[in-house]
Design a protein around this ligand. Structure first.
Ligand SMILES: Nc1ncnc2c1ncn2[C@@H]1O[C@H](COP(=O)(O)OP(=O)(O)OP(=O)(O)O)[C@@H](O)[C@H]1O
Length: 610
């Protein structure tokens, strides 16, 4: 069997949510920050009173910092080093007393913080819910799955990020101001030594903000894509199991998890750079000060002022810088990225149920479309790792519009082959293509109909049973199917198309006729019958096959009687050692097994065809 067409599948395309870039080519930090500031300004303006009260409570931190270092310097210079321990103790008491209002200040700050944080979060949740409702109103099932992540996970990230940023920024501003004011009061030249490493560290830190935001963006996008995919597959578990798409779906989920892990690793790398910047701001200035101490002492710096400056650097500035940078680098970055998503005018689209590259368009003939409805390339399949393959490195083309019969002894693998062609059975090796593209089980209903020997009829009207694969079928189309398949007698017997059908009251052949009627009404261009006519008489079987071949254009029949093979354009013979394919005229010369089979009239003996 020749393989006439090779179409390489495009690489696995990421789900749409993961591909989304709102401003391709732009620094996401700049765009996102601008948008967040624009959105945030009216929020803060409306809460000016809260901001002022917060600043009022925070001013206590300024005094505490200022007096902390200044008190130590004076205690040494005017007290202990000057031989006046009483004065020294007094200044130390002043420094300690400055810390006393800290408890009240913290209480006041957190009280005001709640007034800024809770309305902020409520606003985000309201926005996400409103968007989800708007999406849902667009059409059933259109609600954005990202909205769930926004209402739960992302709004919490935003709230924590916002609270952390406000706390750290406020503390940094008032503590740094207190420390710098204290050093300026002790000896202005101290600032010449201390400020350069702090400035370099801040600059380096600022340089990491853009890449960090981009990595945060990638991480959240991966998180959304994963959440969306899992949400979709959770509601489609039955379909996935029924169509044998489990491996496909778990492969995609694994791919999304790996993408998430990759994004987390990149984020961690940039965090390392940020830690370096933090060290430059917080740890280097005391070291530089100690190096510069001899020069400063020669130029009038007192011993007390030196210790006071070290107190500022180690007890106030370093912790404040560290807190600010770690909060801005983590919670702040996440905040900007999450807010960017909340302010996004375009709702995050749902990830594709299967990778986009695997979407299969309805097969159409002509116009340069592939000539094969289905194709197996080097397909191997075994029921278990140690089992002998039922199908071994098989190449097979099902040409568009042809009628292909499959024959062979019982247990040789005909049903397995039908399952492989219909993508119900995933191959261990090789590929199954539909119209030149990888077969996608989740979207299979629009491409192929597979009917097994055991037909499924449910308790509903005959009309509902018939239009199961095509709910929108019109009365005229149903009437055509009834006529083409000779279902009139059955319709009359059950009391009309709208009469309720009790499956147990139908014979095996009648149930098969109902299932075949469904396949006839379906618009899928490929129909695979796995002994689906075994309960019909030969005349009805021939009529049904002809009607399906006319309607569906491509028909694969696991043959039950010699007639199916004779009517076929080509026949695949599986004899257990070889797979041979040819026209009914060619095959007697090619396959002794086929010769033997067709030499026996009626049902084929030894084939297991019941
Ligand atoms: N789920 C399964 N687990 C393990 N082995 C299986 C399974 N299904 C089928 N087999 C085995 O795989 C082989 C091929 O089975 P398959 O049903 O494809 O053959 P077949 O030609 O369609 O048989 P028949 O004509 O009797 O329906 C058989 O040996 C069968 O016992």
């Amino acid at each position: 069997m020749t393989v006439e067409q090779h179409t390489e599948a495009p690489p696995l395309a990421p789900p749409r949510a993961a591909r989304r870039t709102k401003h391709p080519g732009r620094d996401p930090w700049a765009g996102a920050l601008g948008r967040v500031l624009r959105e945030g300004r009216p929020f803060l303006r409306a809460r000016r009173g809260v901001v002022v009260r917060l600043a009022g409570w925070s001013a206590l931190e300024f005094g505490q910092t200022f007096l902390g270092g200044y008190g130590v310097a004076r205690a040494l210079d005017d007290g202990f080093l000057a031989g006046r321990p009483g004065v020294g103790l007094l200044w130390l008491l002043v420094a300690v007393a400055a810390t006393l209002p800290a408890g009240a200040a913290t209480r006041g700050v957190f009280g005001r913080l709640a007034d800024l944080v809770e309305p902020f979060r409520d606003g985000l949740v309201r926005r996400a819910v409103a968007r989800a409702l708007a999406d849902a109103l667009e059409g059933p099932g259109e609600a954005s799955s990202g909205a769930v992540s926004q209402v739960t996970h992302q709004s919490e990230i935003a709230r924590d990020g916002w609270a952390g940023t406000v706390l750290a920024l406020r503390s940094f501003v008032f503590t740094t101001a207190g420390a710098l004011a204290g050093m300026a009061a002790l000896e202005p030249r101290l600032l010449l030594v201390v400020l350069p490493p702090v400035a370099v560290g801040v600059a380096l830190f600022a340089a990491t903000l853009g890449p960090m935001a981009a990595r945060q963006h990638a991480y959240l996008t991966a998180d959304e894509a994963y959440a969306g995919y899992v949400g979709q597959t959770a509601s489609a578990l039955r379909d996935i199991a029924a169509t044998g798409a489990r491996d496909e779906v778990s492969a995609t989920a694994r791919d999304l998890t790996l993408r998430q892990a990759r994004a987390a690793r990149q984020l961690a790398r940039w965090s390392a750079v940020r830690i370096g910047a933090t060290a430059l701001c917080g740890r280097v200035p005391p070291v530089v000060l100690l190096f510069a101490a001899p020069w400063l002492l020669d130029h009038g710096l007192t011993g007390g002022a030196l210790v006071g400056a070290l107190t500022y650097l180690t007890q106030a500035l370093a912790p404040a810088v560290h807190a600010l940078m770690s909060v801005l680098g983590t919670a702040g970055g996440r905040l900007v990225v999450v807010l960017d998503r909340f302010t996004d005018p375009v709702p995050p689209p749902r990830p594709d149920p299967v990778p986009a590259a695997r979407a299969v368009p309805p097969a159409r003939s002509g116009g340069g479309a592939p000539r094969h409805e289905a194709e197996l390339r080097g397909v191997t399949f075994a029921y278990g790792p140690g089992a002998r393959p039922v199908v071994d490195r098989l190449d097979l083309c099902v040409r568009r519009g042809e009628r292909l019969a499959v024959v062979g002894p019982s247990g040789v693998g005909k049903s397995t082959l039908a399952g492989l062609i219909a993508a119900v059975v995933p191959p261990d090796e090789g590929r199954v293509l539909w119209s030149g593209r990888p077969a996608a089980p989740v979207e299979a209903a629009s491409v192929r109909t597979l009917l097994p020997q055991r037909a499924f009829v449910f308790s509903a009207s005959l009309r509902d049973n018939l239009r199961y694969l095509r709910p929108g079928a019109t009365d005229r189309e149903i009437a055509e199917t009834v006529g083409a398949l000779g279902l009139g007698a059955l319709v009359d017997r059950v009391g009309g198309l709208d009469a309720p059908v009790t499956p147990g009251h139908l014979s095996r052949g009648e149930r098969q006729l109902v299932a075949l009627g469904r396949a006839h009404l379906s618009t899928a261009p490929l129909v695979v019958l796995d002994e689906a006519t075994s309960g019909l008489d030969p005349v009805t079987e021939a009529r049904v096959e002809d009607a399906l071949a006319d309607r569906a254009r491509t028909l694969v029949v696991i043959a039950h009687r010699p007639g199916s093979a004779r009517r076929a354009d080509r026949v695949v013979v599986m004899d257990g050692t070889h797979v041979v394919c040819g026209t009914p005229a060619e095959l007697p010369a090619l396959s002794p097994f086929y010769r033997e089979l067709t030499g026996v009239p009626g049902r084929w003996p030894g084939t297991g065809n019941r």
